[in-house]
Write a protein that binds this ligand. Structure first.
Ligand code: PAF
Length: 282
């Protein structure tokens, strides 16, 4: 039976907690989350468990990464059950601050991004990565973990965070894990809970179209043709795609045809009122 995690509400307590672990010579891993934990998050916790001595998960629905018309208010908040799940995995601490702790009155600093933050999500959610980068920087500076875990499901976010950590020389290694999927291929996401039973039946088509398009690109021929075909297939299945794009897997720059560079295929599409994202290596 594991001890329940210690619940930390302030950045001062987060700092004191990890500092005391570090002073004992223990290594620390952080899993930043917005809660509503699913098996994808739990895989990150388990991997951190294997790599470090102490694990702290953070739960904070970060207002600055939501646009005015987005789902900030509706976003699922399930702290008690999240903490119970983290307890079963032996997580030692949970940092769950409120908005005033992270953004006290007068808070005026936001991280400004370029590089991998350009295009894709930013074209549709211009506020998103500044909010993510700012809160992740505050969390990493709050705890100075040795490693922090991120899922490849949010691939652009992963590269944005990696670039930020490199540019700001933050002393944390960013560890990425592959997307965890349902048996039918749907990428796990807290937003899958918004899908109606009908939409849930359609949703795995997002991953099938990604796989089919990636296979066609690998087989050769004109990228733009394959991407158009994939986009049309999504529309025929009932999605309203924002984008289906092929990018350099390391920089997210647009690739040259037949350049041999590592490629990533990324998609965002609406199914009813739910926006789903996914990506795969090509
Ligand atoms: O991926 C998420 O859940 C969030 O964007 C993150 C990294 C916890 C920042 O709020």
């Amino acid at each position: 039976m594991n001890h329940p995690p210690v619940l930390l509400r302030t950045l001062t307590d987060l700092r004191a907690n990890t500092a005391s672990w570090h002073s004992e010579g223990l290594t620390v891993g952080m899993i930043p989350t917005m809660g509503a934990l699913h098996d994808g998050h739990l895989a990150l916790v388990e991997e951190a468990r294997r790599r470090v001595d102490r694990v702290v998960a953070t739960i904070f629905v970060n207002p600055t990464q939501f646009g005015p018309k987005e789902d900030f208010t509706a976003y699922p908040r399930t702290e008690a059950s999240d903490v119970a799940k983290l307890a079963t995995l032996g997580v030692e601490a949970v940092f769950a601050p409120n908005a005033a702790e992270m953004y006290p009155p007068g808070h005026a600093t936001t991280i400004s991004l370029a590089g991998p933050a350009l295009g894709l999500e930013t074209d549709y959610r211009p506020h998103f990565f500044a909010g993510v980068a700012t809160v992740v920087a505050k969390l990493l500076l709050g705890g100075f973990p040795d490693i922090a875990m991120f899922g490849e499901k949010d691939y652009q976010q992963l590269l944005v965070v990696r670039q930020m950590v490199k540019d700001l020389r933050l002393p944390t290694e960013i560890v990425a894990l592959p997307t965890v999927r349902e048996p039918d291929g749907l990428a796990l996401s807290s937003r899958n809970a918004y899908l109606s039973p009908d939409e849930r039946r359609t949703a795995p088509k997002l991953a099938s179209v990604l796989n089919e398009t990636a296979a066609a690109i690998r087989a050769g021929g004109d990228h733009a043709h394959h991407l158009r075909h994939g986009f049309n297939a999504l529309e025929s299945a009932g999605f309203r795609p924002d984008y289906l794009e092929l990018r350099n897997a390391e920089t997210l720059a647009s690739p040259a045809e037949s350049s041999g560079e590592p490629l990533r295929l990324l998609v965002a599409a609406w199914l009813g009122k739910t926006r789903l994202i996914d990506n795969i290596a090509v």
